[in-house]
Design a protein. Structure first.
Length: 292
């Protein structure tokens, strides 16, 4: 029997070791800090004391943490549903477009996807500016005078809606291009047979496209859940979790606790609970994907 050469493993080992260090070390460090009394004094002097589950008990017994968890779940659900619906529609549209127009749309999607997060967030701030913003000007031009000088970022619901638009706009290109790539792998003969048999567009989609791309849909949805739930820079730059905490999700909550209160132990506990919530939400879907 021919022995396997160790060289492929040796060549890959540095990249694997570096990736494991960069990914696992911060996670393990946060997990350790979440079980300690770790504040500004411990950050400077060291010698943090272990307090067991005290930080977790403090979080879980507080009403504010439960509100943030619920807000994060609502935030994630709204964004993921909109992203999946719009990206699926765009992917189906790309399949039907002519080559030149398809390339133009795909180029636009790629440019939107490549736009830096902070730059895109700043553009949205300008768009929804109360006095000189394009959105207010357009709404007033359409006859909606109530939006003259309307301050979007002073109302929690309005700020939440603007952030949803921003995150969906940034996320749809990746999901749409990925689903379009999957659609191109489905044999055209299946669609032709379905049309010959009198299948409607809805029947073709539900009985051919969805079953053929079930795993891809599940993968994209899982990635969007992770990306949306841990979304931080857009929220922090646009609203810093306000007004009145209306846009404070778990990552923002953890950062505010650590940055403002210097409760690094409590912030780490929030981060670890976020990981646990995401793992519980996705473990069933990921197990099903691996099994199939």
């Amino acid at each position: 029997m021919r022995e396997r050469s160790p060289w492929p493993y040796l060549l890959v080992a540095p990249a694997v070791a570096g990736g494991a260090f960069l990914l696992l070390y911060p996670l393990l460090k946060a997990a350790v800090i979440s079980f300690q009394h770790f504040r500004m004094g411990e950050l400077i002097r060291g010698a943090a004391v272990f307090v067991g589950l005290e930080n977790y008990a403090e979080l879980l017994s507080g009403a504010e943490f439960r509100q943030v968890v619920l807000r994060t779940l609502v935030w994630t659900a709204i964004n993921v549903v909109l992203i999946m619906v719009l990206s699926t529609a765009l992917a189906l549209m790309l399949v039907r477009l002519r080559r030149a127009l398809r390339l133009a749309v795909m180029s636009a999607l790629a440019l939107a996807w490549a736009t830096p997060i902070i730059a895109a967030t700043t553009v949205f701030q300008w768009l929804f500016q109360s006095e000189l913003g394009v959105v207010n000007w357009l709404l007033v031009a359409l006859g909606l005078d109530s939006f003259r000088g309307y301050t979007w970022f002073a109302d929690g619901t309005a700020t939440f809606a603007v952030l949803v638009l921003l995150v969906v706009w940034q996320s749809v290109p990746f999901a749409a291009l990925t689903l379009y790539a999957g659609l191109t792998t489905i044999p055209a003969e299946l669609y032709e047979s379905a049309r010959i048999d009198g299948g409607t567009g809805r029947q073709v989609f539900t009985r051919i496209t969805v079953p053929m791309l079930r795993q891809l849909f599940a993968l994209v949805a899982s990635l969007e859940v992770i990306w949306t739930a841990k979304c931080f820079p857009q929220i922090w730059v646009l609203s810093q979790g306000g007004p009145d905490g209306a846009t404070t999700t778990l990552p923002v909550y953890a950062f505010k606790i650590a940055r403002v209160l210097h409760r690094y132990d409590l912030g780490s506990a929030v981060a670890m609970l976020t990981v646990v919530i995401l793992a519980v939400a996705l473990v069933g879907n990921l197990r099903r994907m691996v099994r199939q």
